[in-house]
Design a protein. Structure first.
Length: 507
């Protein structure tokens, strides 16, 4: 693993930010709350401002990365080739000639680009989608019909138009359903607003009532207002808040306070957060200014953290495929293990405990039970025998471990049920091991970086320093993995894990 390096910027002082992969892996659902403390006077002011504004402000468009755009265009191409091709296989009189299939598909995509069909592809249900699909498909069908001449019947052209349009519309509908399901299962973006004045509260109110953006305003940071459940701290506390609250974005709402705004933006940039700010502008609607708006408040984007869409997509595919294949492969072994646990000692076969995952989210982690049923109660009595450094608890010859549990832990067979956690999206095949919540409560500030990503079944620590008692080395290896993450590294760790499993060591 000599090719791995640690980002030395982390060692530069207490103000260092978390890993650049803070949002590397999305997690599962979490209960969120929204800031709702908006003064009545702000509501009145906002209504009066809307009544004075005669020009309707354009809604901010949903941005899209190239990988997502490529996915949607590739899916459309498959539909546009598969449906006419299926008609042609059914009957040569029902479809267009094979030579025209790629031309037809390409024409629909090109006309779709002209219609702006992919301009807001990040939005699963933009207005006018079906009409744009119909126009693009109709134009492409008409051109192909003219080019084919007598080689294509008018009824065949009608069938191709209707079936292709239906297929594309169905694809959009399925994508919309998938998007809604993803919104229910994924945590919203956490936003911290710098400032606590009327502008800041207006932004919080607009975000709370925005039906398209699933975001959580965690609170305000202000140097002048007293601390409260919604005013979380001062600008000097932003480093701590960014890490402990797992903030994704800050919105700087400090009009006419350039020094404070700059200081807050610098801290946010150091912590790899998205940054938007309220600019000092003369009053007016300015519909063509290119400035986004949150409610009635204009904002500009100062910094946007890149998200590795394609690698993360393939990492998730690797997780799903690997977990599904693993469960199918080892299901007979899991049944045998379950039987042995049942015969060995009383209690449930599978032990589920609360663990802390990505961005501090809690989830139930599943393992084959390898200890007695009252192991948690005995843990505090054995605390003075802990052989690990730092907040982690582990001792050799743990009296809580059952006879069959020693074999399971020796070969890491007790971890097999966590493949189900991987399928659910709570864990990954590769990542830092999930720690119990009581151990996470003893983390120091810089150690919260370990929660930047999903926990994993195996990781860099498991294949390099499994028996080392040093928590600092454990943390160092986990952070090294985060900072050097790649699909190639994941594959290397998975391959090395197989080797470690067949050379049994203490777990």
């Amino acid at each position: 693993m000599g090719e791995l390096t640690t980002n030395r910027a982390w060692d530069s002082g207490p103000n260092d930010g978390p890993s650049q992969y803070t949002r590397m892996i999305l997690g599962t659902a979490a209960e969120t709350t929204l800031i709702s403390s908006v003064d009545a006077s702000d509501e009145t002011t906002s209504r009066r401002a809307r009544s004075r504004t005669s020009t309707q402000q354009p809604a901010a468009q949903t941005t899209i990365d190239r990988f997502t755009l490529g996915q949607l265009m590739a899916a459309d191409l498959i539909v546009l080739v598969a449906i006419p091709g299926a008609l042609l296989l059914f009957s040569s009189a029902w479809g267009l000639p094979w030579a025209y299939l790629p031309i037809f598909a390409a024409l629909v995509i090109l006309f779709g680009l002209g219609e702006g069909l992919y301009r807001r592809a990040g939005d699963p249900s933009p207005a006018g989608t079906v009409a744009a699909l119909a126009r693009s498909t109709l134009l492409a069908t008409g051109l192909v019909y003219i080019a084919a001449g007598n080689g294509m019947h008018v009824l065949a052209a009608a069938r191709i138009f209707a079936s292709s349009l239906a297929g594309l519309a169905l694809l959009r509908r399925l994508r919309q359903m998938q998007w809604k399901r993803w919104r229910r299962q994924t945590e919203s973006r956490k936003i911290l607003i710098i400032g606590g004045g009327p502008v800041a509260r207006s932004i919080a109110h607009a975000l709370r009532n925005d039906p398209l953006r699933r975001s959580t305003v965690c609170g305000f940071v202000d140097d002048k207002l007293p601390l409260s459940p919604v005013v979380l701290g001062r600008i000097a506390d932003l480093d701590w808040l960014a890490r402990s609250e797992f903030i994704d974005e800050v919105i700087v709402a400090l009009p006419n306070q350039p020094a404070l705004a700059r200081a807050a933006a610098e801290v946010a940039f150091r912590n790899h957060l998205d940054i938007r700010a309220v600019p000092d502008l003369p009053p007016g609607p300015w519909p063509d200014s290119g400035i986004d708006r949150i409610g009635e408040v204009p904002v500009v984007t100062l910094h946007r953290e890149p998200i590795l869409s394609a690698p993360l997509f393939f990492k998730r595919l690797l997780d799903i495929g690997g977990a599904a294949f693993g469960l199918a492969l080892v299901s007979p072994l899991m049944a045998l293990v379950a039987l042995l646990i049942r015969l060995d000692s009383p209690g449930p076969v599978v032990y589920s405990a609360e663990r802390t995952g990505a961005k501090g989210r809690r989830f139930r982690c599943h393992k084959f039970r390898s200890m007695v049923t009252d192991a948690e109660l005995l843990k505090e009595k054995l605390r003075n025998r802990n052989q690990r450094e730092g907040p982690i608890f582990k001792i050799d010859d743990d009296p809580r471990v059952t006879p069959i549990g020693r074999i399971l832990r020796r070969y890491s067979l007790d971890e097999l049920p966590q493949l189900w956690n991987v399928l659910r999206g709570e864990m990954s095949l590769v990542g830092p091991r999930p720690h119990p919540s009581d151990e996470v409560n003893h983390y120091e500030l810089h150690q919260f970086r370990r929660l930047d990503v999903k926990p994993g079944i195996t990781g860099l620590w498991q294949i390099t320093a499994r028996d080392c008692p040093s928590f600092e080395l454990n943390m160092h290896l986990d952070l090294t993995y985060i900072e050097n993450w790649s699909l190639r590294l994941d594959m290397h760790i998975l391959a090395s894990t197989v080797r470690v499993l067949f050379s049994p060591e203490g777990a």
